[in-house]
Design a protein. Structure first.
Length: 233
């Protein structure tokens, strides 16, 4: 049973969403501000967190930043209906997905299940050993899906599930272009729609993390209007 942390200062949302998730078989912990959630996470991390952005004491952005210092667990943001800035900033800070308020609880459940399936696939917990679960070496890059481990020039790089899947998809075929649509198919289930901006934000975050390991990292090339390509160094 997966444990989901739901963090929102709207008690109606906490109550109704928690009931829905529990009916779907999840274990749910609820928190009405970011600081309370962070204190609880220091004792035990959930399998996934669903975070509102605007909250008292500590908002969702600050909580995500603290989380990413110690964990790559999946995170979904709940964003205001018209606040595109929050969506983009959240993705660049390391969120895996976002859902706009007001939202369908069925949609949120599908997004949660999709992220958990992706996490299981990356961890190698389902199915026999395949090309996707073998250790992959591409020049200075080493990826171990079974351990969710990435190294660049021997330096560890901590990636979220989404970032890992995107890098894996690009690096599997160096020199070949992957369109945004193809990358969406890799990172998201068919029933989950995301736009081009979401993929672009994940790639920017991925590049930033790789450059923290190596200032000269330039293996991911943007082909404007087409997509992205991994160039083996």
């Amino acid at each position: 049973m997966s444990k989901i942390a739901l963090v929102d200062d709207d008690r109606n949302i906490l109550t109704s969403v928690a009931m829905t998730l529990e009916a779907e078989g999840f274990e749910v912990d609820t928190y009405n501000d970011g600081q309370t959630a962070l204190d609880a996470f220091s004792k035990r991390l959930p399998d996934m967190a669903v975070l509102d952005i605007k909250m008292p004491r500590m908002d969702g952005m600050d909580l995500l930043q603290r989380l990413r210092q110690k964990s790559s667990m999946p995170v979904i943001f709940l964003t205001s209906k018209d606040d595109e800035i929050d969506e983009v900033l959240g993705l660049r800070m390391g969120a895996d997905d976002y859902v706009k308020k007001p939202f369908s609880q069925r949609l949120l459940v599908e997004r949660i299940r999709a992220l958990l399936r992706r996490q299981e696939a990356v961890a190698g917990d389902i199915g026999p050993t395949t090309e996707e679960t073998k250790v992959m070496v591409r020049g200075h890059l080493t990826m171990d899906p079974l351990r969710h481990a990435v190294k660049w020039k021997g330096n560890d790089v901590s990636l979220t599930v989404t970032e890992f899947l995107l890098l894996q998809a690009l690096a599997q075929r160096p020199g070949f272009v992957k369109s945004r649509d193809q990358l969406m198919d890799v990172a998201y289930d068919d029933q989950v729609y995301v736009d081009d901006r979401t993929i672009d934000s994940h790639i920017k975050r991925l590049r930033k993390k790789m450059r923290q390991a190596d200032d000269d990292f330039a293996a991911i090339e943007t082909l404007y209007g087409i997509g992205y390509r991994y160039n083996e160094e």
